[in-house]
Design a protein around this ligand. Structure first.
Ligand code: ADP
Ligand code: MG
Length: 399
């Protein structure tokens, strides 16, 4: 599952407003990428080009050999079916129940019968921790649940590509951490190529395999997470560390005088913080496409900032969000397991729970269930595992 998306020389303007020029990048098959950029730099516009909702002035978007801006209507329809898109607000129909919202694409785009539809809808609702919320209207559930309902709907056609437009906007940090874990678990399970547009620096630092940054009408940089997190490039550095010091100003870029003033005021750029460990699936096993910690750095002879990959980086333990009261025991076990095994999470007995407001942040309680060829769902046993190689050594990457 999952396909490469190759973007070449993509250029877009609206009238005389140039949005971005000459954007080229490849979203590798099955990997998670994050796209960052100041507000209004055209991130949403970029997503719309991938799906063929907007046409570029120039350039290409290749998916399985087809160039999205230049395919026939019929091919475009086929290509779109490969996508699941989670729009910023979940984009649910307000007068339809959660069940009907999630069933909608199946009723629109397939000839499946209602019993088959029910099976699929319930499976996706369980996956996103929404069992029990089927009969609710979008207005009756929390923002976090609406996002997950949007995600369930994006999943029903078994997409090979998943796009998320600011999935964390409007969510508190704990809900964001749960959503991030859900995204990582989903990637392990369905191996779709994923692109997440976000402003959340913590998400960008801990979730993806690759990071891109749109800035001043260009793609400033795109590459493996470790490349950007160890980059001294001023814009990348400023953005990924959420700093005031750097070329990006209040409105847009600072002028030379402002930068000079910053230097005179002794606003030295602080050293790079440690690179945090990348979040793995809650099963403790790395995702299929996940690279061992420090691999890019080693291959490129880059020494990471001191303290990297230990889980004690300045951005907290993003992989272990605070659990709701009912699962305090499990959370403690989880944390201890994490400490003992250098990061691998071993969850033995998180109870399966229905979705309610109180228990909302518990969508990823178990190891991702893998579909077998026979169509049976087999949950991976979450017995105590040896720490996965990518997280096994706290000094990895320093050596
Ligand atoms: N359909 C459109 N027609 C004209 N201008 C648009 C259209 N869609 C977006 N824009 C403009 O393109 C710029 C980038 O928008 P957007 O992609 O939404 O930014 P963001 O990075 O915040 O997602 C904005 O200035 C916006 O007003
Ligand atoms: Mg946007």
């Amino acid at each position: 599952m999952g396909v490469d998306i190759r973007v070449e020389g993509l250029t877009k303007s609206f009238g005389r407003q140039v949005i971005w020029e000459n954007v080229s990048l490849t979203l590798p098959k099955g990997e998670i990428s994050v796209l960052l950029g100041p507000s209004g730099t055209g991130k949403s516009v970029f997503l719309k080009h991938l799906v063929g909702l907007l046409r570029p002035d120039r350039g290409h978007v290749f998916i399985e050999g087809k160039d999205v801006p230049n395919v026939s209507e019929r091919h475009l329809y086929e290509i779109r079916k490969m996508f699941g898109v989670l729009f910023q607000d979940g984009a649910l129909f307000g007068s339809m129940t959660i069940y009907d919202n999630v069933a909608f694409p199946l009723r629109e785009h397939t000839k499946k019968g209602e019993s088959e539809i029910k099976r699929i809808v319930m499976e996706k609702l369980e996956l996103t921790g929404l069992l029990g919320a089927e009969t609710k209207l979008p207005g009756e559930i929390s923002g976090g649940m609406r996002k997950r309902a949007g995600l369930a709907r994006a999943l029903v056609l078994d997409p090979q590509i998943l796009l998320f437009d600011e999935p964390d906007s409007g969510l508190d940090p704990v809900r964001t951490a749960y959503l991030n874990q859900l995204i990582v678990d989903l990637n392990a399970q369905i191996e779709a190529t994923m692109l997440i547009v976000t402003h959340d620096v913590n998400t960008a630092r801990t979730v993806p395999d690759n990071i891109g940054l749109l800035y001043r009408r260009h793609l400033a940089m795109f590459g493996p997470r470790e490349m950007l997190l160890s980059s001294q490039e001023p814009v990348v550095r400023q953005f990924l560390n959420a700093r005031r010091q750097g070329p990006i100003g209040m409105a847009e870029e600072k002028d030379a005088a402002e930068l000079e003033a910053e230097r005179e005021e002794g606003e030295e750029i602080p050293p790079l913080p440690p690179i945090p460990p990348q979040i793995g699936p809650s099963s403790g096993q790395p995702r299929r496409t996940q690279r061992p910690a420090g691999q890019w750095l080693k291959e490129n002879g880059v020494t990471p900032p001191p303290g990297s990959f230990t889980g004690e980086a300045g951005y907290g333990e993003a992989a272990a969000p605070t659990a709701p009261p009912a699962t305090t025991q499990a959370a403690t076990t989880e944390r201890q397991g994490r400490e003992r095994e250098g990061g691998a999470v071993t969850l033995l007995s998180r109870p399966r729970r229905a979705a309610t407001e109180d228990t909302e942040p518990a969508p990823t309680k178990r190891a991702p269930a893998k579909k077998t060829a026979a169509g049976k769902t087999t949950a991976k046993k979450t017995t105590a595992k040896k720490a996965s190689p990518r997280k096994s050594s706290s000094s990895e990457g320093d050596s």
